[in-house]
Design a protein around this ligand. Structure first.
Ligand code: SF4
Length: 348
């Protein structure tokens, strides 16, 4: 698959593709075939606004930004403020809406073409979402939703209907164009079940089955398998709004694949595959393939020690966050005009 992507996108591929952070897919060749026959696909990914954005949240947006720049395709993003309100008891709707807009600024600051970016902000874009959501909902039984998402009698009824809302962005561009428009969804591998229902109902509704491309999960800095909300509680994530001293503190304490002593590491080398610092080098902080290969080689050989490795990484992360904050301010100028049906109002 990578050879085919290199022919289409150029060499080297984005590190996320070249270094197997995107590791699996569903129906990607079909979407590429159609693109090469002059039938472009659109990208769709989403964000559930339950808190601030951290580095792991960037992965699907970073791939989307790269593919939009390379192929000029349209990008649709869904902000599920309704989902986080329904599923997370402690969050008010006002808060998920506020977080949704803040998160959008963070994610779109990775670089998107405002003319080709469309935002479905669920509670604001509901006029466009609802008719299609009804068509999806009519085809999904409660027992299917229960089997996929594990609903229990304690779940509120809104969370069950949300399944239909989440499917709509995969079909809306086709509905608007009046012809089938292929869809590619970049998402974390753990999100794959969420799109099972979307793929199941696509063809019965007359739309193409959306293709998926899955990223592996970025590990937490405290050694967790995933940079997630449980990692957040243990300083295991880097937020995009972390100040430089916080980045320094978190990375200095990050879990590594190093040995118990310097002597042992010099002698036996370290294990980058289990290291949260190496995962950051791999994802975005060593874009030069030669530098990344050198970090990996010297880590394994024991020439590079973890303290030095972290000291090299910290200023890279700080610089990225500083530049990102400036780009975020640019997005503020156009984000509201990209929200389908207009931005969320002041009252929920
Ligand atoms: S040298 Fe760097 S990449 Fe290797 S285990 Fe230590 S911190 Fe991780």
């Amino acid at each position: 698959m990578k050879a085919r992507l290199r022919r289409l996108l150029g060499t080297p591929l984005h590190p996320l593709l070249e270094r197997d952070i995107y590791l699996s897919h569903r129906d990607l060749p079909e979407v590429l075939d159609r693109y090469e026959r002059g039938d472009p696909f659109f990208l769709y990914t989403g964000r559930g606004p339950s808190g601030e954005v951290h580095l792991a949240h960037l992965l699907p947006f970073e791939l989307s930004s790269y593919l939009q720049q390379k192929l000029g395709v349209e990008f649709w993003v869904q902000v599920t403020d309704d989902e986080k309100f329904l599923f997370q008891g402690a969050l008010s709707l006002e808060e998920t809406r506020r977080l949704g807009r803040e998160n959008l600024l963070d994610l779109l600051a990775l670089g998107f073409d405002p003319k080709k970016t469309h935002i479905l902000f669920d509670t604001a874009s509901i006029r466009s979402l609802y008719p299609l959501a009804l068509k999806v909902a009519k085809r999904v039984t409660y027992s299917t939703a229960k089997a996929v998402f594990g609903f229990t009698p304690q779940n509120n009824i809104g969370s069950i209907f949300f399944t239909a809302i989440q499917s709509v962005p995969a079909f809306l561009p086709s509905a608007r164009a009046g012809r089938p428009v292929p869809c590619l969804i970049p998402c974390g591998i753990d999100q794959d079940p969420h799109f099972r229902i979307t793929r199941d109902v696509a063809e019965p509704l007359g739309y193409p089955k959306p293709a998926l491309i899955h990223n592996r999960l970025l590990p937490g800095l405290s050694g967790e398998e995933k940079m997630s909300s449980s990692a957040e509680r243990k300083d295991g994530v880097i937020f995009l709004n972390d100040p430089p001293e916080e980045v320094d503190r978190k990375l200095s304490r990050a879990f590594t694949g190093g040995r118990a002593s310097v002597e042992e590491q010099r002698r036996l080398g370290a294990n980058p595959e289990v290291c949260s610092v190496w995962a950051l080098w791999r994802s975005r902080f060593a874009p030069d393939p030669k530098e990344f290969a050198e970090i990996t080689r010297t880590c394994r050989s024991g020439e590079l020690l973890c303290g030095e490795c972290k000291r090299r990484l910290i200023p890279r992360v700080q610089q990225f966050l500083g530049e990102h904050a400036r780009r975020r301010a640019d997005v503020e100028r156009w984000v509201d005009s990209a929200i389908v049906d207009g931005p969320p109002g002041g009252t929920a």
